[in-house]
Design a protein around this ligand. Structure first.
Ligand code: I3P
Length: 126
């Protein structure tokens, strides 16, 4: 039977691969572990998929959920001092989760930074 996707999935603003490292969960520091992630930005959230887009789509059909980040009240800032890598920014959520995102390619990371910043700025803070 047909499954109607939630509205937010119809309003994807940007998607693509970045390097991702989650460095805190609920304010608790985590060991940094970079990995490639397929990232989907919609109006009020970011979703991180561990797999390729194709794999993510077929997993979604079986009820598998990506890590989802609520952008309401979140902060975004450049964080090059937090890594030996170039082009790193950090997203901090109200719930105290911290993510570093990175790409070696300058225009890719700039596009992502501005897309996420614009999404946050359009949202209410709580
Ligand atoms: C970390 C790993 C990360 C590195 C981090 C290291 O070691 O090499 O890639 O972050 O540096 O601690 P391990 O795998 O043993 O945990 P960057 O690549 O962002 O520099 P850090 O501790 O200075 O954050």
């Amino acid at each position: 039977k047909d499954v109607i996707p939630p509205l937010e999935q119809l309003m994807v603003e940007k998607e693509g691969y970045l390097q991702k490292a989650k460095i805190a969960d609920g304010g608790k520091k985590l060991r940094k572990n970079w990995s490639s992630s397929w990232i989907v930005l919609s109006s009020r959230k970011l979703e991180f998929y561990k797999e390729s887009k194709q794999q993510a789509l077929s997993n979604a059909k079986s009820g598998h959920k990506p890590e989802s980040v609520d952008l309401c009240g979140a902060h975004i800032e450049w964080a090059n001092e937090k890594s030996s890598r170039k082009n790193v920014f950090q997203i901090t959520t109200v719930s105290g989760n911290e993510f570093l995102l990175q790409s070696d390619i300058d225009f890719i990371i700039l596009d992502w930074f501005h897309a996420i910043k614009n999404a946050i700025d359009r949202l209410p803070r709580d």
